[in-house]
Ligand binder design. Structure first.
Ligand code: ZN
Length: 109
């Protein structure tokens, strides 16, 4: 597997990053929390696992340094993103609150 950090040194990534921050200059997580913070980091919405196609063509989001490091750290520890929206609902699609219920009936007994 190619070491993904090599992709960050490419001209293609430099351009992608510049365009992403130009199109979305504010931190996406802070915005959902009602805060207005200048983004400094471009994050891959989906994990790329060192795959060049996912790295260069996968969806991106702009984040501030604080949100980026905190979600990355939480993700590494728990396996899902821990940030929440304004209603307290986890943003991660992998979080069990956001997974479709299977075989569980909500009807009262
Ligand atoms: Zn932020």
């Amino acid at each position: 597997m190619t070491a993904p950090h090599r992709y960050y040194k490419t001209r293609q990534w430099y351009e992608l990053r510049r365009l992403q921050l130009a199109n979305e200059p504010w931190c996406r997580i802070c915005a959902r929390l009602g805060r207005h913070t200048r983004a400094t980091t471009v994050d891959h919405v989906r994990r790329h696992f060192g795959n060049a196609e996912a790295f260069f063509n996968g969806p991106l989001q702009s984040l501030c340094a604080v949100c980026h490091s905190s979600i990355k750290r939480a993700f590494e520890l728990s396996g899902h993103r821990s940030a929440c929206d304004v209603n307290g609902r986890p943003l991660s699609r992998e979080h069990h609150w956001n997974r479709p219920r299977r075989g569980i009936s909500n009807r009262p007994r």
